[in-house]
Design a binder for this molecule. Structure first.
Ligand SMILES: *Cc1c(COP(=O)(O)O)cnc(C)c1O
Length: 387
């Protein structure tokens, strides 16, 4: 089996599973309890918190554990919106290609009377800091721009956007779920106020994530209850998951440069090989993209059919984001970079990680052209326009 859907989720590494097992077997106590065994759980939580903070150049008090990337995105946006509202600022700047955890939260705020401005991205899926700067108004309370896109891998100029926001005094949130473990994150140098992470995208467990909130930035709790996470997120902490997440982040950040080198080579081989297929088009930027991301549209081919045929050949891939693959509407990301409905529905995303090999790439490069040809042969109507 060849797994090339790492943007959807990743497998936990043995070290992560081991760390979690130890924790589940021996330190299953409630970290808020007062007796000694529970204090060991509290200590594990503290250690994990400082390790995660160190990976992104934050302080431990700036780390809030959440149920994942979606919750972190929700909390960052709702916190900034609430603080903004108190100051009479109800304008929010974002982009058209954000994850639905961001876009649907913004839609809700729009219904509540906020003015939400979604910036267009260029045809390569990238927004410029100048666009963000032009969009910022006196009543802007939040800029939220993802670090790297989950479908087309495009990397945004986060440091420049951070600098613009800091200068203008506007809160800056970035969804760094796809970036973590692949791109350097330094919340101080990059002037980031809120940042979202999700463990299962970097070989940690599912259902756990981080909201980094810069100290001094007001945070609203979304989940109400006890005063865990300094009153910013209620609920008994999932200590094994947090421990697994810390192990996974440290592990992936420790060999990031080496991984990037290897993945970039494999990615570029896939891009070069799949470009040979007639009437194919690469989605996203050729160079400024995640080291493991490949996304192509093949004219006249239904992406979903291609994914199902690939599955029969033992290759796990995706049409785009796992969250939209259950729905029939074409990818909002591909539409935003100017693809037609038909081209958007003909996309194949291959997302690689360190468990992929040269042999995997060779196999995919043998299989995809064959299946594309097969699917096109089934169509009675000729659909090719200009490439
Ligand atoms: C996966 C993903 C999320 C959601 O994270 P969960 O932990 O699955 O809730 C948010 N944003 C991006 C960019 C993602 O890829």
């Amino acid at each position: 089996m060849i797994y090339m859907d790492h943007a959807a989720t990743t497998q936990m590494t043995p070290a992560v599973i081991q760390a979690m097992l130890l924790c589940m077997e021996d330190v299953w106590y409630n970290p808020s309890s007062l007796y000694m065994p529970a204090q060991r759980a509290a200590e594990m939580l503290r250690n994990a918190r400082s390790h995660i903070a160190a990976c992104i150049n934050a302080s431990p008090e700036e780390i809030i554990f959440t149920s994942g990337g979606s919750e972190a995105d929700n909390q960052a946006i709702l916190s900034a919106a609430q603080a903004g509202s108190k100051a009479g600022k109800r304008h929010i700047v974002s982009t058209a290609i954000e994850h639905h955890a961001v876009l649907h939260t913004l839609e809700k705020l729009e219904q509540e009377g906020y003015a939400v401005e979604l910036l267009d991205v260029h045809s390569n899926g990238i927004v410029s800091a100048a666009q963000v700067e032009r969009a910022i108004r006196k009543d802007t309370c939040l800029v939220t721009v993802m670090y790297a896109n989950n479908e087309i891998g495009s990397i945004q100029p986060i440091s420049e956007i951070g600098a613009v926001c800091r200068e203008k005094g506007v809160i800056f949130h970035t969804d760094a779920v796809q970036a973590a473990g692949h791109l350097p994150i330094d919340v101080k140098a990059q002037n980031i106020d809120f940042l979202s992470l999700s463990a299962h995208k970097f070989h940690g467990p599912k259902g756990i994530g981080v909201l980094y909130a810069r100290s001094g930035i007001p945070v609203t709790s979304v989940i109400k209850g006890g005063d865990q996470e300094r009153g910013q997120r209620a609920g008994t902490e999932n200590v094994p998951a947090v421990v697994g997440m810390a192990a996974a982040l440290e592990e992936s950040c420790s060999h990031m440069a080496e991984d990037t080198r290897k993945l970039t080579i494999l990615r570029d081989q896939l891009i070069a090989g799949l470009s040979q297929i007639p009437h194919s088009v690469l989605n996203g930027d050729l160079k400024n993209r995640l080291p493991g991301n490949v996304n192509f549209s093949f004219e006249g081919v239904e992406g979903e059919s291609l994914v199902l045929l690939l599955d029969q050949r033992g290759i796990c891939a995706s049409t785009g984001s796992a969250c939209t693959s259950q729905s029939l509407s074409p990818s909002h990301v591909l539409l935003a970079i100017g693809r037609s409905d038909e081209m958007a529905a003909s996309a194949l995303r291959l997302s690689l990680d360190m468990d992929n090999t040269q042999a995997d790439v060779d196999e995919v490069l043998r299989t995809v052209p064959e299946l594309v040809k097969e699917l096109r042969g089934k169509r009675t109507v000729k659909v090719w326009g200009n490439k």
